[in-house]
Design a protein around this ligand. Structure first.
Ligand SMILES: [Mg+2]
Length: 192
């Protein structure tokens, strides 16, 4: 696992001076090559106690039903580090998300309705945390990052696990690429 924020040849995004406006809503606080590269102990040192984690294309491909052994190990490490986790997914296939969360031994919220704030607040109630002590991990700027930033959570963006996605998501990805390209050119985010 790499260090959260720096390392692996990738530096985090918006730790430098942040601008008001859309950038503050759309720029992730950190970018990592995968969930496995997030150092849970480093998150704890940052004061993070709770983790809201997306499922589809963040943890696994959207058509996969079971977490991998590597993911189970990562969640186990998070638990050992004292991080509480909650799976929050916009998927309408609630039974699939429920099974996924059960396999990881964590609570879940689905279908969630990200980026709307209520689902993040519900997750924080489940986790027993507040925005300053909560991080969001996800693969989408307009759901995971936008929703988390709007409430002041620590947002971590990871690249999607698989290029195969729903038609609606593929359209959103085009806009997302424009946003990430802008943020990268302006030096707000490196590597994404
Ligand atoms: Mg996702």
């Amino acid at each position: 696992m790499g260090e959260t924020g720096k390392g692996c040849g990738r530096k985090m995004g918006c730790e430098r001076e942040r601008r008001a406006g859309l950038v503050s809503f759309l720029c992730p606080r950190s970018w990592r090559p995968s969930v496995g590269h997030i150092d849970v102990r480093e998150l704890k040192r940052r004061g993070i106690d709770g983790l809201i984690v997306d499922v589809d294309n963040t943890l696994v491909e959207w058509d996969r039903h079971e977490p991998t052994d590597a993911l189970k190990s990562w969640f186990s490490a998070a638990n050992d580090a004292g991080l509480r986790c909650c799976v929050v997914s916009n998927s309408r296939r609630r039974a699939r998300i429920a099974g996924f969360a059960a396999a990881l031994g964590v609570p879940f919220i689905a279908p969630a309705g990200k980026p709307l704030p209520w689902c993040f607040r519900s997750a924080m109630r489940v986790l027993g945390t507040d925005p300053r002590r909560t991080a969001v991990v996800g693969d989408q700027v307009f759901t995971d990052v936008l929703g988390g930033n709007a409430l002041g959570l620590y947002t971590i963006l990871v690249p999607p696990k698989c290029p195969r996605e729903f038609v609606g998501t593929r359209l959103v990805r085009r806009l997302e690429r424009l946003v990430l390209g802008y943020l990268r050119r302006r030096g707000y985010i490196e590597g994404a």
